[in-house]
Design a protein around this ligand. Structure first.
Ligand SMILES: C[S@@+](CC[C@H](N)C(=O)[O-])C[C@H]1O[C@@H](n2cnc3c(N)ncnc32)[C@H](O)[C@@H]1O
Length: 263
């Protein structure tokens, strides 16, 4: 039996989970350089007003706060703000906020940034419309989301079996690991202009930082995956063992990034 969506999604937002802070720190270590490169290319600068949605560990909110300076503002939101609320600068407002349900001010921000959040939510396109509603004319939306497409090319079969089983569980529960590839079209259809996109793909080794990050994410899904019956415990453990095997080279999810400007 597949688990209800709310339960699966909550696995990736559960800040009570003992390894969640570590998992978020590993994400920041891997993805911050690409995010910062894109934010610099967009031209984030002094005086901008920025919204960081689902801020997680808060590293990008802190980077934005420095970048926009004392004349700028950053609003950093999350369902659970515990990992960044004490470590932000004076020009940062922390909001406990559900991006799917809670309102945003209209025409307020020069930049909205989201990373690895919308894939967790149903009705992503409606959330994108809300984010655009919150942008000033001329403001930028940057969204970076995971997509499963590279993993099908991985040569380590046990790892592929695990990743594909987890995708089946999460997909049946409302998450979509094939949505990110549509992001440029979604942003264009939502009315943004000057839309650009790029993709990062990792081929990583068992025992690496990325392998630890994936281990923590997959362990969060162990219970619903086994309960769903799409994978046996032995298969789950064989897939997980690849992540500590230094001879294994594993094809990761892609991060698809797309950004565009409100006319
Ligand atoms: C995979 S983590 C990514 C964290 C951060 N954006 C990063 O890339 O380092 C997903 C984050 O989104 C938050 N989140 C999930 N659903 C949310 C919602 N409906 N509104 C706001 N934040 C949400 C979670 O609490 C978690 O901190």
């Amino acid at each position: 039996m597949i688990q209800p969506m709310a339960r699966i999604a909550s696995y990736f937002s559960d800040h009570e989970w003992p390894d969640e802070r570590r998992r978020l720190a590993l994400m920041e270590q891997r993805y911050d350089p690409g995010t910062i490169r894109r934010l610099e290319a967009i031209g984030v600068t002094h005086g901008w007003s920025c919204l960081e949605v689902g801020a997680g560990g808060g590293s990008i909110a802190r980077w934005l706060a420095q970048r926009v300076g004392q004349t700028g503002r950053v609003v950093a939101t999350d369902l659970d703000t515990r990992f960044f609320e004490d470590a932000v600068a004076a020009n940062v407002e922390v909001w406990r906020h559900d991006i799917a349900a809670d309102p945003l001010p209209s025409e307020h921000f020069d930049l909205v940034h989201v990373r690895w959040v919308l894939d967790l939510l149903p009705d992503r396109e409606r959330v994108i419309e809300k984010l655009i509603f919150a942008l000033k004319s001329g403001g930028w939306l940057l969204d970076e989301e995971p997509d499963i497409f590279p993993t099908a090319s991985g040569v380590w079969r046990a790892y592929r079996t695990l990743v594909e089983a987890l995708a089946t569980v999460t997909h049946s529960a409302g998450l979509d690991s094939e949505w990110a590839r549509t992001l440029p079209a979604v942003l264009t259809a939502a009315g943004l202009v000057d839309v650009e996109a790029d993709t990062e793909v990792d081929l990583f080794r068992g025992g690496s930082v990325m392998a630890e990050s994936r281990t923590l994410s997959f362990e969060q899904l162990r219970a619903p995956a086994l309960e769903s019956g799409v994978i046996s415990e032995a298969e789950f453990d064989r897939g997980l063992a690849c992540l500590t095997d230094p001879d294994a080279w594993l094809m990761d999810f892609a991060t698809v990034a797309a950004w565009g400007r409100k006319p």
